[in-house]
Design a protein around this ligand. Structure first.
Ligand code: PRP
Ligand code: URA
Length: 209
């Protein structure tokens, strides 16, 4: 069974509260999402392995630590997942970025695929899939399935707000994928929106409504 990591650091929770507020505009929303993504990135990368490296400081030689072999890829689910890339990239500047385009059909709420461009060696990388919202879980499950078809075996899902329905679906369909979230909200409404949630993440990031 995949692990659910709820990142309840006070600064993450404080910033999320401002994002949820309907009076918060796109500029602040985007900036806060950037900041939270960097903070969540600390947890998502907490256990990546280190190896010894010999260096020389201005004072003497030493054996220091650096992140070892396994490389990272960030894969946002378009559009809203894009809002989490910059924060993660600040943390891991050498990470490659792939893109998966999915949108939810407004009536069926099922994801529809429209784009996929991934780094060539994606299967050798630890992949962090980003999407602010884990609602029914359909988009995340489809994106993860696409990555697995490309050979990825080491995948983590980072979402800002989730609900038990979406978490359960990801855990059932992809028990090998750990989920990192800042909040587990109450339920989905009749339009499959998260309650209380923060509204439509893509629209709030890009100002499309
Ligand atoms: C939103 C969100 C997720 C998806 C979550 O995207 O960013 O990708 O819905 O819902 P689910 O868990 O029920 O699949 P949306 O389809 O609105 O597209 P957008 O990011 O382009 O706005
Ligand atoms: N997508 C969003 O952007 N918000 C929700 O609450 C659910 C899906």
């Amino acid at each position: 069974m995949s692990l659910l990591h709820v990142i309840n650091h006070p600064m993450v929770q404080h910033k999320l509260t401002i994002m949820r507020d309907k009076e918060t505009g796109s500029k602040d929303f985007r900036e806060l999402l950037n900041e939270i993504s960097l903070l969540m990135g600390y947890e998502v990368t907490r256990d990546i392995p280190l190896e010894d490296v010999e260096i020389e400081t201005p004072i003497c030689k030493m054996t220091a630590k650096e992140v070892s072999g396994r490389k990272l890829a960030i894969v946002p689910i378009l559009r809203a997942g894009l809002g989490m890339v910059e924060g993660l990239h600040t943390l891991v500047p050498v990470a490659k970025v792939g893109h998966i385009g999915l949108y939810r059909n407004e009536e069926t709420h099922e994801p529809v695929e429209y784009y996929c461009k991934l780094p060539e060696d994606i299967q050798d990388r630890l992949v962090i899939v980003t999407d602010p919202m884990l609602a029914t879980g359909g988009s995340a499950c489809d994106a993860i399935a696409m990555l697995k078809r490309k050979g990825c075996r080491n995948i983590r899902l980072m979402c800002l707000v989730s609900v038990p329905e979406g978490i359960k679906r990801v855990q059932n369909e992809h028990p090998d994928v750990d989920i990192y979230t800042a909040a587990v909200d109450d339920h989905l409404n009749e339009n499959a929106y998260i309650v209380p949630g923060l509204g439509d993440a893509g629209d709030r990031i890009f100002g499309t409504k």
